[in-house]
Write a protein that binds this ligand. Structure first.
Ligand code: PSU
Ligand code: MN
Length: 305
């Protein structure tokens, strides 16, 4: 793994680190919003007392921490491979990928699952994203369930998010999180947030109102030695939050035309950004940056715990 100089310096002096993902750069947000948000999220981590490590695969090498030119490539290149647990090894091996990628396209953006794997390898305990993947609508028949849920079950990295993406089947996603034994924490809320909306009507396992309380939960899970994640759910800022009924209208208007498989999430997010006149995009950008800031505070609190 290639560790950037900023991340290496933080590791050297045992300063807190926060991992950030890159799928939202390559597949989740349009250019140039993607670069703007990726940099703003890194700055939010720094302003809150930690060092950011954006994860990706560049030229078949896993990276923890990106240089500007590397981030620019991920944000603008065509055919960046969307990496999860299953295809991460193939891209690192540098050959034989079928479908969306090939050895001639050595760029990979990491989803939540691949980012957690790389974070653990780099010794990073806290990771921030926007919304996790989950059970897709119709998933009880299609079996399209994000690998994110299985990763959260196994890999001991705390993930700060704004719940699961609202385009999913949220009640079934909540059930699977429970089955998988993921500790779901509401940050300042008893009700699991729903990405661009502040509320889903679904319960969290526990509520925390400070980074120190979150750090105590992460520490307690770590002490048990059972692996798996604490999922910290931070509602989107009130001024950019969208009513769930409004969001459901946008989803209903396009979901039947969505492609299947890994292309589904990026397609629906882009379609709704268009149909909402940019409202969903504004909420999405803001929640990613705010989650990065909170993750910085949690990483710092964990260091002091
Ligand atoms: N958060 C966002 N936008 C995104 C994602 C998260 O605000 O695009 C990405 C994450 O990388 C997550 C992925 O892991 O979407 C889930 O994709 P799928 O549903 O295909 O598993
Ligand atoms: Mn899927």
């Amino acid at each position: 793994m290639k560790i950037s100089s900023e991340v290496a310096a933080a590791k050297e002096s045992a300063r807190p680190l926060v991992a950030l993902e890159s799928t939202l750069i390559s597949h989740g947000l349009p250019f140039p919003d993607n670069v703007e948000v990726a940099k703003a999220a890194e700055n939010a981590v720094r302003e809150n007392g930690a060092t950011p490590a954006t994860m990706a695969v560049i030229d078949n090498v896993a990276h923890a921490g990106l240089e500007d030119a590397e981030m620019q490539r991920l944000a603008t290149a065509d055919g960046v491979i969307k990496l999860s647990r299953r295809n991460l090894p193939a891209l690192l091996a540098g050959t034989g990928l079928v479908g969306s990628g090939s050895a001639s396209n050595p760029l990979g953006a990491t989803t939540v699952s691949a980012t957690m794997i790389l974070a653990q390898k780099a010794g990073i305990d806290v990771f921030a994203t926007g919304g996790i993947g989950g059970v897709h609508r119709g998933g009880e028949a299609s079996m399209d369930v994000s690998a994110d849920l299985f990763e959260l079950a196994h890999t001991p990295v705390a993930v700060v998010c704004s719940g699961a993406k609202v385009i999913l089947d949220l009640p079934r996603t909540r059930e699977v999180l429970e089955t998988m034994g993921v500790t779901v924490v509401g940050y300042g809320t008893d009700d699991m947030p729903a990405f661009w909306a502040r509320h889903s009507g679904l319960p969290v396992d526990m509520r925390a109102d400070s980074p120190e309380e979150v750090a105590a939960i992460i520490q307690a899970r770590r002490d048990l030695g059972i692996g798996g994640a604490v999922l910290i759910c931070n509602p989107v800022a009130v001024d950019l939050a969208i009513e769930i009924d409004v969001i459901e209208g946008w989803i209903a208007s396009c979901i039947d035309d969505a492609p299947s498989g890994a292309a589904a999430t990026p397609w629906i997010l882009a379609e709704i950004a268009r149909r909402s006149g940019g409202r969903s995009l504004a909420a999405n950008k803001r929640l990613i940056i705010d989650n990065a800031g909170l993750a910085g505070r949690i990483a710092a609190a964990l260091q002091d715990a």
